[in-house]
Design a protein around this ligand. Structure first.
Ligand code: UN1
Length: 505
């Protein structure tokens, strides 16, 4: 980690807010949530800095998009190789800057490597369909062209992986990227840019293929409103997403939105609790409950609820909370003190609304924790009418809700504004198929006997309703990063019109 920071100082001034340009805005200290230490400071970018980055990106686009897709895929392959070499250092930096456990920091870099591999294969599979024309001796097909500049707005909780999902796919599709990472985790972003810069340099490619711009909400607004940005892919809160969506729609631009989740696990009487317990605990406590896929609600059949709660209490009592870089710790801190206040407020509201505290419920202070942002993982017995259970709080708070009838469980699961991830634990085929059916989960992700978090890159990632409807990462999510062109070629000697229209003169 220290190596990255000092390398950066050599090759790239850490105090520059954007790649290749000196940022001219205010300085911001970056504080690690782990121990309250100042990691360094970055200068935030201004509108002027932003405009320079856009020019640089636009200049790089014609050359980059003129390479063949497999040539671009080879550059992404090299990036994946560099990430393999740097996995430990980058994983540590992510863990220290963001506060997730080292295992999860390393997992995040692995997710980057995986999406690079996926994108390399994709670079030879950007298939268009061929259709049968209704006119004789005509050929009709569709093809996919590069879009241009992709603006990527990412959140603090996945400081590197979510960018990589977007960037790796954008690059093989022939686009150039401008990345606005969370200003809470800029050093992880700078490190990624440094690694990719090595690949660009080795291959004599223009720097503007990948750009990082560090700034506050102003930069997000500029990206959303700028007609030079052909696609905006934004990850973050529903509130942020609504503002981005309105600005992009106002200029009829394209966007991919991956916003809040309020993910539930249904545990039926026929669940294998040996599988369910670890999945529930990781889902609720992993990344200190700060994943958009974190498990926030547990919907449990009332007959097994008391037994399940005892098992969960036992599991929670074994969790070790502390420095995420220590292999001993299961859970690190929240991102900052504001997040700790939100955690406390949510618990207060839940208890006021009639919730019952089962476990945890307070922040953790003491010598060992310094000025880190540590909280206890929390279990609250709740009921389906409490309004707090419909809200997303980025914290390790799990609401346990009982149900009697299977359809009621599905209804509780769907009865929130968000629609990202969902799971059921059951060994009953009818229950699992109903959960996956049209009448079942309304989420973008629906799992059976797997928790709500930890999706693989091969699937399309995203969700419905207030989650924003976008899809990133695998499957055919790449189509949103390209423009579709329908082509019809007439190789006859006639000039027939479609729909049988006669037009003779
Ligand atoms: C996010 O929290 O924004 O499925 C992304 C998961 C991770 C990605 C989460 N692969 O939990």
């Amino acid at each position: 980690m220290v190596d990255y920071l000092s390398n950066n100082e050599e090759n790239y001034s850490v105090s520059t807010g954007c790649y290749s340009w000196k940022a001219s805005g205010a300085s911001k200290d970056i504080v690690s949530p782990v121990d309250g230490a100042i990691l360094g400071s970055v200068k935030l970018s201004t509108e002027d800095d932003y405009n320079k980055v856009v020019i640089k990106a636009k200049e790089a686009f014609p050359y980059w998009s003129s390479l063949t897709a497999p040539e671009r895929g080879d550059i992404v392959r090299q990036f994946g190789d560099e990430l393999r070499n740097d996995k430990n250092e980058l994983g540590k930096l992510v863990s220290y800057e963001m506060g997730k456990s080292l295992q999860e920091g390393l997992g995040e870099v692995q997710e980057m490597i995986d999406i690079c591999d996926f994108a390399v294969g994709l670079s030879r599979q950007l298939y268009g369909l061929q259709m049968h024309s209704e006119r004789p001796n005509h050929r009709m097909f569709e093809q996919w062209h590069s879009l241009g500049v992709v603006g990527i707005i990412s959140a603090f909780n996945f400081p590197v992986a979510v960018w990589a999902w977007n960037a790796a796919i954008s690059w093989v599709c022939g686009n150039v990227c401008i990345w606005k990472p969370s200003e809470k985790t800029p050093f992880s972003a700078i490190a990624c840019q440094e690694i990719f810069k090595r690949v660009l340099k080795k291959n004599g490619l223009p720097e503007g293929i990948s750009n990082v711009i560090i700034g506050d909400a102003l930069i997000g607004k500029l990206i959303a409103s700028d007609h030079n940005i052909n696609l905006v892919s934004a990850t973050g809160s529903t509130q942020m997403g609504k503002s981005v969506a309105q600005k992009v729609a106002g200029r009829l631009g394209k966007s991919i939105l991956e916003l809040g989740g309020n993910n539930a696990i249904i545990v039926t009487q026929q669940a294998d609790l040996n599988q369910a317990i670890p999945a529930i605990v990781f889902g609720a406590v992993g990344t200190a409950g700060q994943r958009c896929t974190s498990t926030r609600r547990l919907i449990v059949h009332n007959e097994i609820l008391p037994d399940l709660v005892v098992k969960l209490e036992n599991a929670y009592a074994q969790l070790r909370i502390g420095n995420p870089l220590s292999e001993n710790s299961h859970m690190g801190p929240l991102i900052d003190h504001e997040a700790v206040s939100l955690y406390e407020k949510t618990i207060d509201t839940a208890l006021r609304e009639g919730g019952e505290l089962i476990f945890g419920g307070s922040k953790i202070e003491g010598e060992d924790y310094g000025s880190g942002c540590y909280v206890k993982p929390t279990l609250i017995r709740a009921n389906k009418t409490m309004s707090i259970v419909t809200k997303e709080t980025f914290a390790p708070i799990l609401f346990v809700i009982g149900y009697d009838d299977f359809n009621e469980a599905i209804q509780i699961q769907n009865n929130v504004p968000q629609g990202l991830s969902s799971s059921i634990f059951t060994l009953n085929l009818r229950e699992s198929e109903l959960f996956l059916s049209q009448k079942g989960s309304d989420c973008g992700i629906a799992n059976v006997n797997i928790g709500t978090s930890g999706a693989e890159i091969g699937g399309a990632f995203g969700g419905e309703k207030e989650t924003g409807g976008g899809r990133e990462s695998g499957s055919d999510a790449w189509k949103a990063y390209m423009r579709r062109q329908t082509c019809t070629i007439n190789y006859s000697t006639e000039m027939p019109l479609a729909q049988g229209i006669k037009f003779k003169f």
